[in-house]
Design a protein around this ligand. Structure first.
Ligand code: NAD
Ligand code: G6P
Ligand code: MN
Length: 445
């Protein structure tokens, strides 16, 4: 068959995720450039899967009747003969995210989905879930690619590297592309015309260059803006990251820039550079997990229910966002070997010259049928290198603790996190996290 005539088979793992409808909408809208033979949703929670699956079945019948659609909780059915698995699972669901955020806060420490003790706790749960998905893909679709959004992406990526080195998996994050959209708005350009250089770990990085399609340097203009407003824009230019707590995060980039005025910061650096500020501005009884449960989760599942009741998805409440377009662009680039440049989380192998070659770093990559190949970003300065080495050690210790069932190493991981003030506090948080995660973590000794 001519490669241009190929049709692809996709499974979305975590089919009951709030992000599934957006990705499905994007896939449907991309049929001219990325045609599908079949689409399957897979989740291990039958109720969540059915709630979204029934609504998406209606949407697919109306908008893409030529694509075979199904949803299932059966791994063999889900993963057999797939070209791509798009994964976004949340092991422990929002109930455990709430614990990840509230337990550290009770000890006066940042409570966040992917950063600090909360991210470490989530990592210890996600590794098990992601190994399961990778093993299903290896068994039922050994040639298929897994494109993974499941967080915490850095820890998941390190676990893949160590535990499943041969897996065809690319880990990704939507934050850089979402922030790039904000940058393009600031300079009044099309996001596709912005060319960037970037280095870091996931949720832990910096842009060193932003130029336009003619090579003009846009950094001075963006920096002037960020120095005043952070990445906060007057107009709502994103569908995600819009609630007041996110607005506050975009604005805080202003203070991140003060610490390193040469580069544009990833918003997540606020948890590491201003943890005291973050804790002061957190409500320990109502965290982001509560906001999401009362916001996005209610909205998406409400929209699904309305579609099922109406029997039609016409004027339904599902929307495409940057998150959805990024993962579809990535699949497309692999499928058609386009050599597009995208930020992915890959093994360093010298891309950041003066950093551990085996570290899983987030850098611009050339994407094609071989996957994501890192582009050289040169040497990084002492400040960023120091921060990244500390954070990399945290992530490595988590994976080692998982593999060895080591309490000691997980305590060291928490102790080393820049968000935690002392070994005493680290131990107190860890002991609470162990109790809360007893159904999910390997038993530590
Ligand atoms: P969600 O809870 O709505 O969806 C996650 C789904 O995964 C749930 O339906 C759950 O039942 C399912 N699940 C849990 N464990 C599973 C397993 N072992 N196998 C199969 N399914 C399983 O969460 P959400 O807010 O929609 O987010 C989904 C995931 O995407 C999270 O990990 C989130 O952190 C991640 N995410 C990542 C990025 C990024 O930049 N990398 C961006 C957005 C979301
Ligand atoms: C960004 C990050 C994701 C993270 C999400 C959390 O998109 O890149 O990694 O999962 O924000 O958003 P939420 O709305 O769930 O707090
Ligand atoms: Mn992310």
């Amino acid at each position: 068959m001519n490669s241009k005539d190929r049709k692809f088979n996709i499974v979305i793992a975590g089919g009951g995720s709030t992000y599934t409808p957006g990705i499905v909408m994007m896939l449907v809208a991309s049929q001219d450039r990325f045609p599908l033979e079949s689409l399957t949703l897979y989740d291990n929670d039958a109720e969540r899967q059915k709630a979204l699956g029934d609504a998406i079945a209606i949407l697919m019948k109306e908008q893409a009747p030529g694509i075979r659609f199904s949803y299932t909780t059966d791994p063999k059915e889900a993963f057999t003969d797939k070209d791509f698995c798009m994964a976004h699972i949340r092991v422990g669901k929002f109930a455990m995210r709430e614990q990840d955020e509230k337990i550290p806060l009770r000890h006066g420490v940042v409570g966040q989905e992917t950063c600090g003790p909360g991210g470490i706790a989530y990592g210890m749960r996600s590794i098990t879930g992601m190994l399961e998905i990778m093993d299903y893909m290896a068994q039922y679709s050994p040639n298929g690619w897994t494109l993974n959004y499941s967080n915490p992406a850095s820890i998941v990526a390190e676990a893949c590297r160590v535990l499943r080195p041969k897996a065809k998996i690319i880990n990704i994050c939507d934050m850089p592309i979402a922030t790039k959209t904000r940058m393009s708005y600031i300079v009044k350009k099309d996001p596709k015309d912005l060319d960037v250089r970037y280095f870091g770990l996931n949720h832990f990085g910096w842009w060193t260059s932003v130029t336009d399609e003619l090579g003009n340097d846009l950094m001075p203009q963006i920096m002037d803006y960020v120095a005043e407003n952070g990445y906060l824009t007057q107009k709502a230019i994103e569908k995600q990251h819009m609630e007041p707590s996110w607005q506050e995060t975009h604005r805080k980039a202003r203070d991140l820039l003060k610490v390193e005025p040469r580069f544009l910061p990833n918003t997540y650096l606020k948890y590491y550079l201003y943890p005291d500020y973050v804790v002061e501005h957190s409500n320990p009884d109502y965290t982001r997990a509560n906001e999401v449960m009362n916001g996005r989760e209610k909205r998406i599942f409400g929209a699904a229910k309305a579609i099922v009741e109406a029997g039609t998805a016409v004027n339904g409440g599902f929307e495409i966002d940057v998150h959805a377009s990024f993962i579809v662009d990535l699949a497309c680039a692999i499928a058609f070997n386009t050599h597009e440049i995208m930020l992915c989380i890959v093994e360093n192998k010298g891309a950041i010259c003066n950093f551990d070659p085996t570290a899983m770093v987030e850098v611009p990559c050339m994407v094609g049928s071989r996957g994501a190949e890192a582009l050289c970003q040169g040497e990084i300065p002492t400040f960023e290198k120091g921060m990244m080495e500390e954070q990399l050690a945290v992530e490595r210790l988590v994976v080692e603790a998982y593999v060895e069932h080591s309490y000691q190493k997980l305590w060291q991981a928490l102790t080393l996190s820049k968000t935690v003030p002392s070994a005493t506090v680290a131990k107190a948080i860890l002991d609470d996290l162990i109790v809360a995660n007893k159904d999910y973590w390997p038993e530590l000794h």
